[in-house]
Design a protein around this ligand. Structure first.
Ligand code: GLN
Length: 269
């Protein structure tokens, strides 16, 4: 069968099908158009058909391809990690602003595939970056990404701050799980295939954020910053948690789609 015929056979989004076929053939998408009438090797064709079936059944494209592009990086991903989202790139932008304002020791809490830590490190190689995760499997994925990208990050197995050295961080950044356990979104799109640990914050969705805000002052240096991604409707609650804890300069920023997506504050004392 030819590439064109294979693409016509499958009942999935055309862009996804092209991505999967190009990946199976180890070519780029443009190749599929230039060589659409050439026969495709049987093993590749079979692999593509299996992947297309899995995609039709809801397997995320990123897990099938084995990667997701985030920032300027191609990150390997698998079912042990959250698939990096575009909105999190805005958190990276904010973190880089803080690094440019003088933050030298930066902690990424709940790093997953390593997305935030690696993006920051790739942009600002001099920063001392530590990234933790409470899943050994996620940490192996992150570590492998760091190695293949040649970016030096201290990878630490830790449930939030549990094994993190206190009192020495200029910046703590996190995209924690923040979805409520009964939220209908959990059954939509890629979410059913992603690790619950990376998605669900607890019954209200805010539990992980509450925990991080509660602990962060013991870990931040005076004038250090805490930057948190959160759900589109959680900005006020997160800002309140930060102010109540004693953070100042609390502000919220929007993501590319105009949603209030991240809130941060500074620890002065
Ligand atoms: N932003 C993701 C979503 O709503 C969830 C990521 C997270 O919980 N940190 O799909």
């Amino acid at each position: 069968m030819t590439a064109r015929e294979l693409l016509q056979q499958v009942a999935i989004d055309r862009g996804d099908a092209e991505g999967l076929l190009a990946n199976a053939l180890k070519v780029d998408r443009a190749w599929l158009f230039a060589h659409g009438d050439e026969p495709v090797d049987d093993t590749c064709a079979r692999h593509f058909m299996e992947q297309a079936t899995a995609r039709a059944e809801g397997e995320p494209l990123a897990y099938l391809l084995g990667y997701r592009d985030f920032w300027s990086l191609r990150l390997s991903v698998n079912r042990d990690v959250l698939i990096p989202r575009r909105e999190t790139e805005h958190l990276v932008e904010w973190a880089i602003e803080r690094i440019d304002a003088g933050a030298q020791r930066v902690l990424d809490l709940g790093t997953g595939s390593g997305a935030i830590a690696l993006a920051c490190k790739s942009e600002r190689p001099r920063v001392k970056m530590c990234a933790v995760d409470g899943s050994q499997e996620a940490l192996s994925c992150a570590r492998a990404n760091g190695e293949s990208l040649g970016l030096e990050v201290d990878w630490l197995y830790s449930n939030w701050f549990d094994t993190v050295p206190p009192g020495c961080w200029d910046l703590v950044v996190s995209n924690p799980p923040y979805i409520a356990a009964n939220d209908a979104h959990l059954s939509q799109g890629d979410l059913p295939a992603e690790p619950a640990l990376a998605l669900i914050g607890g019954d209200t969705g805010l539990e992980s954020i509450e925990h991080i805000v509660g602990q962060a002052p013991d870990f931040l240096l005076p004038r250090g910053w805490l930057l948190l991604e959160h759900g589109f409707d959680q900005a006020e609650a997160v800002a309140r948690l930060l102010r109540t804890k004693g953070f100042t300069n609390v502000s919220t920023r929007q993501d590319w789609s105009g949603q209030a997506r991240m809130t941060g504050g500074q620890w002065l004392s």
